[in-house]
Design a protein around this ligand. Structure first.
Ligand code: HEC
Length: 429
């Protein structure tokens, strides 16, 4: 019931198409109008694209105004504008349009020159006002004054232990800038399409502000596409093939590509064959890189062992299985497994933290990786400050440089370069 109310409330707050256009204008200065909005800045009347000086760059996303470089942009939240002050009467819509277009305040006097004068179509102007009216209540989903909803998307086999651990962890973290973390969970299984649909359903119904501890491996592209279109910042704790230029998805560890490169370098061969689920025809290849389902690995190993000159078999951990525990003699010393993170990434503090969270040995890998991603998200929220939006969170994450978690390799992210770590450990079973 409570959840139904939450959904109803968030739908009521959803922006109309007009308000959405106004929001884009407010945040970025962009519009779809054939005549693009421009701004006259300074007393010299220099005309620039409005995208150079969007409203939010001075008045803030929340409209409260941020003092910077000696100028104090006014608070332009609707309730404030509609209130008369000692300096000026209350604004009306026509007076607001005049202020934005001509730089004249409600009292009929010129505003400070720091406030640009904007030229835009009448339609753009009404869109902008429609959004200004809504701005005080406009927040990204999953965010309220005293809570922030953080999602986790887990594999069925590790769901329960990771859920318990994360719930404990977020409770220990306590409120961040006055907001308690409310964890929400989803488990996905089945085909890549089914898992992407489950993620979409989770985002629609639970409305997480951001997602940490997400499991994308095996449905990387499909699930990443959902995070991108719904614009939910997502730390992909478990993923192998998310494209590094995604905007909202942040793979935390080395993916298939980095692992493959490290395996090839370690094997030192020259003729590589990449194998997915089909049985390999080894020919004169001296290295097989296995990127198929773990359940097919045994048959691929058998085919490699039967080759006249058995090749090295190179396996990123996500594709490995128990079959490597009993290798045919022909492959002894010729199987290499890549791990994007191993137990040696755990510091003394990290070990103590895992213990305090009651993590059992049999689930330690999944819990440790999930915890690392949750810690990174918490760190981002702390760095971001109270005025947080999905957009500002993405900017904060894009400035992460060698951020340690104590339980996984340190992470570096930058815009357009979202592979958090290229560390790879090679094991020879
Ligand atoms: C370069 C910084 C800057 C940008 C960009 C900017 N403003 Fe301003 N704005 C100001 C400053 C500074 C003031 C205060 C002027 C004063 O007090 O005389 C102001 C004042 C205002 C006021 C009058 C408030 C009052 O109480 O009288 C309104 C309304 C306003 N801005 C709306 C906007 C809108 C809408 C946009 C985008 C289309 C925008 N501003 C873009 C700096 C900016």
């Amino acid at each position: 019931m409570q959840r139904l109310f939450a959904i109803a409330a968030s739908l009521l707050l959803a922006l109309t198409p007009q308000q959405q256009r106004g929001k884009q204008l407010y945040l970025t200065g962009e519009s779809a109008a054939p005549r693009k909005p421009t701004a006259l800045i300074s007393a010299d009347e220099v005309e620039v694209s409005a995208s150079v000086v969007p409203c939010a760059s001075c008045h803030g996303r929340d409209g409260k105004g941020r003092a910077e470089g000696g100028i104090t942009p006014a608070n332009i939240r609707w309730d404030t504008l509609l209130q008369a002050t000692d300096a000026r009467p209350a604004y009306t819509k026509p007076l607001l349009k005049r202020a934005i277009a001509m730089g004249i305040g409600a009292n009929g006097k010129p505003l400070e020159v720091a406030m640009p004068r904007y030229r835009m179509t009448l339609e753009d102007m009404s869109d902008l006002l429609a959004y200004l009216e809504q701005l005080p209540t406009d927040r990204d989903p999953g965010l309220s004054d005293d809570a922030i909803r953080i999602g986790a998307v887990l594999p069925p086999n590790e769901d329960a232990p990771v859920r318990t651990m994360l719930t404990k962890y977020y409770a220990k973290v306590g409120p961040i800038f006055g907001r308690t973390i409310e964890p929400v969970f989803a488990t996905t299984s089945g085909s890549a399409t089914e898992r992407a649909t489950a993620l979409q359903h989770f985002v629609d119904t639970q409305q997480p502000f951001a997602i940490a501890a997400s499991w994308l491996t095996g449905a990387d592209a499909e699930m990443a596409a959902v995070a991108e279109t719904t614009q939910v910042p997502t730390i992909a704790a478990f993923s192998i093939a998310v494209s590094a230029d995604a905007k909202y998805v942040y793979p935390m560890l080395a993916g298939e590509e980095e692992q493959g490169d490290a395996l090839v370098a370690a094997a030192g061969g020259t003729r590589l064959l990449t194998v997915r689920d089909e049985p390999p025809v080894v020919g004169d290849h001296d290295m097989l890189l296995y990127l198929g389902a773990p359940s097919h690995l045994a048959s691929v190993l058998a085919a490699a062992a039967a080759a006249p000159a058995p090749p090295f078999v190179l396996i990123p951990a996500a594709h490995s299985s128990g079959a490597v525990a009993s290798l045919p003699p022909a492959l002894k010393g010729r199987v290499l497994i890549a791990l994007p993170s191993s137990a040696k990434d755990v510091t003394e503090d990290g070990a103590a933290e895992l213990q305090a969270l009651g993590v059992a040995q049999e689930h330690v890998t999944a819990c440790r990786i999930a915890l690392a991603s949750a810690k990174l998200l918490v760190e981002a929220l702390r760095r971001n400050g109270r005025d947080v939006s999905r957009e500002s969170l993405v900017n904060t994450l894009d400035a992460f440089y060698a951020v340690p978690t104590g339980v996984a390799p340190p992470v570096t992210w930058a815009a357009g370069k979202h592979t958090g770590s290229s560390a790879v450990t090679i094991m020879r079973p």
